[in-house]
Design a binder for this molecule. Structure first.
Ligand code: KIV
Ligand code: ZN
Length: 514
């Protein structure tokens, strides 16, 4: 099976990506990202970890109901309860996969699982037996695989393949591997395991040493893997996972060397990157490969001169091939509902009902009254705001007035509602944003700690909307609130209130690798 030259792209933005502290997403946000992943034509979408929380379960269920082309997958620990929960969440999926895992390294088995190797082996086999009741598409991961003993790995992997696992994923859980060793280990495993050809081999690399993409490519080229697990913008635990945009564009741009086929529509990459960044509040660094704002910018005179003469002098990929287009004005104050709806469709944004379209159109009109040119990015931010509004928010922003002057202490007056009751609160602070947060906290008294505050211009120029991310922490829970507005203080108030709403939702998660 591993001789094929077709590579499977398995996206885990919604599962491993969401495990980044602060990257938690709502159900609606996950469905939007899943739809974009389908437009990107990823082969498999790991939609979450069904047994982790009711929120994860519902999100997988909603994704399974709408995604038709990609396989929808749920992670589960290697126990009957988790697997049954994954199967239940995936019930409506046109094509489904259960991905079950158990740790196999001496360290994880002894310190984390407190299990003997023989018990781990038995549990792995039992997990596949259980998963087979629900689907034929079963993936198995020996967690911390790159630090596991090879003899033991051979026994476990041979047994799970014999039991019916169809994909064997080899994770570098802690980002410890180096390319040549990682690839060679996978090759040895495949050579030593008699039934290894009955499964597709996969790589899942973390980026703690900045080697996730290199390790993944070595797994493919040396080890014979035919599935790569990755995330948009490299989101994921700690330093993240293999970045989809990087690994895919390496394979495409250097197809002369790699010679693999991929199903990915690369023109959807930038839209996916922007969507994930906007929803999670994880900004993309400007010099990030492929999706960073500077990835196709040429500043030095020599480079600009070369580019004008022949683009290939300094560019190895075409910006438009990954979805970068010159930012264009799409709509304005005089645009009607039909034009707005058509633009939503072009952006691949499917709102659930006509009432949702009307609500988004109302927001668009409000924005167009205050801002003459509306860009695609403005529409995407506006729809994000709609997503938050869906959840029967406890807190709602109403209005803000604020005053600051050189040498004076800034003041802010914020009107907002809590549980349907409207409050008007005043605050002072070191700056206008501080005064605004202090005003909200006077009444909300949330006990939340602000751990990150960032502002980005959504489009170009000083007329751009500001997009603010506020990361809040309370009792070990970390959430991101995002708000957009032409007035950055208002955007900050909206972001803070969005964060409070997320903290207010009580859904708790079980940690996938705990
Ligand atoms: O990093 C890891 O080991 C994982 C597994 C659950 C595949 O995410
Ligand atoms: Zn992982």
């Amino acid at each position: 099976m591993t001789d094929s030259n077709r590579l499977i792209i398995f996206d885990t933005t919604l599962r491993d990506g969401e495990q980044s502290p602060g990257a938690s997403m709502t159900k609606d946000e996950k469905v939007r990202i899943a739809r974009q992943l389908e437009r990107l034509r990823v082969d498999v979408i790991e939609a979450g970890f069904a047994a982790a929380s009711p929120g994860d379960f519902e999100a997988i269920r909603a994704i399974a109901a709408v995604i038709k082309d990609s396989v929808v997958c749920s992670l589960s620990r290697a126990n009957d309860r988790d697997i049954a929960r994954a199967a239940e969440a995936l019930e409506k999926a046109a094509r489904k996969r259960i991905h079950t895992f158990i740790a196999t390294s001496p360290l994880h088995m002894k310190m984390k699982l407190r299990m003997e190797p023989e018990q781990v082996l038995e549990q792995a086999i039992q997990a596949i037996r259980c998963a087979r009741q629900y689907t034929d598409d079963i993936e198995f991961s020996p967690e911390d695989g790159s630090r596991s003993e090879e003899d033991f790995l051979c026994r476990v992997l041979e047994a799970v393949i014999a039991e019916g696992a169809t994909t064997i994923n080899f994770p570098d859980t802690v980002g410890y591997a180096v390319p040549e060793v990682f690839g060679a280990t996978m090759l040895r495993l495949r050579e030593r395991i008699p039934n290894s050809d009955k499964a597709i081999w996969s790589v899942h690399c973390h980026n703690d040493l900045g080697l996730a993409v290199a390790n993944s490519l070595a797994g493919v080229m040396i080890g014979g893997a035919r599935q790569i697990e990755c995330t948009i913008n490299g989101l994921g635990e700690r330093a993240g996972n293999t970045a989809l945009e990087e690994v895919v564009m390496a394979l495409r741009t250097r197809a002369d060397y790699y010679k693999f086929e991929l199903g990915i529509d690369t023109t959807q990459i930038v839209a996916a990157s922007k969507m994930v960044s906007q929803i999670t509040g994880f900004a993309v660094q400007p010099n990030k490969a492929v999706v960073g704002a500077n990835a196709f910018a040429h500043a030095s005179g020599i480079h600009q001169d070369g580019m004008l003469k022949a683009r290939e002098t300094y560019e190895i990929m075409r910006a438009e091939d990954v979805g970068w287009a010159a930012t264009k004005i799409v709509l304005g104050k005089l645009s009607g509902r039909n034009a707005f709806k058509a633009r939503l469709q072009e952006l691949g944004i499917a709102l659930e009902s006509e009432a949702d379209v009307n609500a988004a159109f109302g927001r668009f009109k409000e924005l167009a009254d205050r801002k003459s040119d509306i860009f695609d990015e403005d529409i995407m931010a506006l729809v994000s705001a709609e997503d938050h509004a869906h959840e029967g928010e406890h807190y709602r922003f109403v209005s803000l007035s604020q005053r600051s002057e050189t040498g004076e202490m800034p003041t802010a007056k914020v009107v907002f509602s809590m549980g349907g009751v409207e409050f008007s609160c005043e605050g002072v602070g070191d700056g206008p944003v501080d005064a605004t947060v202090n005003a909200i906290e006077k009444e909300a008294a949330s006990g939340a700690e602000l751990v990150l505050f960032s502002i980005n211009a959504i489009s170009g120029g000083t007329q751009s909307q500001g997009e603010v991310t506020m990361r809040l922490s309370r009792a070990g829970r970390i959430v991101n609130g995002v708000g957009a507005d032409p007035d950055i203080v208002v955007a900050s108030a909206k972001a803070y209130i969005a964060g409070l709403n997320k903290l207010h939702s009580t859904l708790e998660r079980v940690k996938a690798q705990g």
